[in-house]
Design a protein around this ligand. Sequence first.
Ligand SMILES: [Zn+2]
Length: 395
Amino acid sequence: MKLFNTLSQAKEIFTPLEDNLVRMYVCGVTPYDTTHLGHAFTYVTFDTLKRYLEFKGYTVRYVQNVTDIDDDILRKSREVGMAWDELGRKETERYLRDMDMLNVKRPDVYARATEEIPGVIEVIKGLIERGLAYVNEGCVFYSVQKDPDFGELARAIGLNNYESMLNVANERGNYPDDQRKKDPLDFVLWQAQAPGEPAWESPWGPGRPGWHIECSSMILHHLGPQIDIHGGGADLAFPHHTCEIAQSEHYTGKHPFVRFWMHVGMVYQDGEKMSKSLGNLTLISDLLKEYSADTIRLTLLSHHYRQPWECYQADLRASEKIDTLFQRLRALVGKQPEGENLALREQFVAAMDDDFNTPRAIETLHTAATDALAASDHATGAEVLRLATVLGLCV
Ligand SMILES: [Zn+2]
């Protein structure tokens, strides 16, 4: 199987570091608002990747984080007048419910930032000892100037110099300008408590973890110093994942921290990226009132995971037709379908092995389903349904 690695900008043959075990981590949600199609594209993609790797005989250990304390949660909690922890719990539950509805299997570990503080503190201490981080007024910052390796992943996506990195960091709005930093590109590892904010004890005073360090620390805790696949939305490659590499590799001394970086394209609506701040969201809970979970999954997987795309009703209607076709096939072959079609399976595997080409795999199943129905071909019908379950459909 070949997968495109963002770091090398090439399709590489996938093999895990250790025998049959795939260690996979995907950056999770910040639970302060509803789940939209952009989130679903990321989490359905990696859920399907896990299913496919298991189909190929691998064991997959899948960890995802929940950033249950950060600026957005604190802001929203003030806006709606709800305690920050209650808001985080409520929105996490809502996210999990939406994912359950889309037939996304739960990862092996959902690591919550607030439950991982001791591990975060250990990694920060190590980075200070190695001369890569400094303390200022109760905050700890990572010093980019002290790290000549910083920015490998950023350069891979075309941010070739300090200025271009700084511009994107500023655009993203998750890289606050802070007078306590020595360099504008330095990023916070430990955020000192501001008046009225929740805080945890640390050697540098009360505060809370920065966002980037949370993922580095959780990966080390739940998966070890080196992992096979790290996923997330394309907008996380810089600064978030670039900062994760810096922290993790300097703390553990192991390179590469991640063997395959996989980034999922953005979902657009009316020409703009779908995001909470822009207010142009297609909510999963709303979509589920009109379409089946399989139709939504088919729509998502009909787009190659690396491509940005725009969501149209026509896409959903086209997927609905395929969903209906699969249901008719189910009626034809019954609940316990028998027989197989090895040529079809080979075609499906060839598509999926080529950088996880789900659109081509779906097209293959679509054609085969049409033919099987026309010819009352039970064996092919059974094979289509079996392969559809690998995509998390028809289950
Ligand atoms: Zn992350």
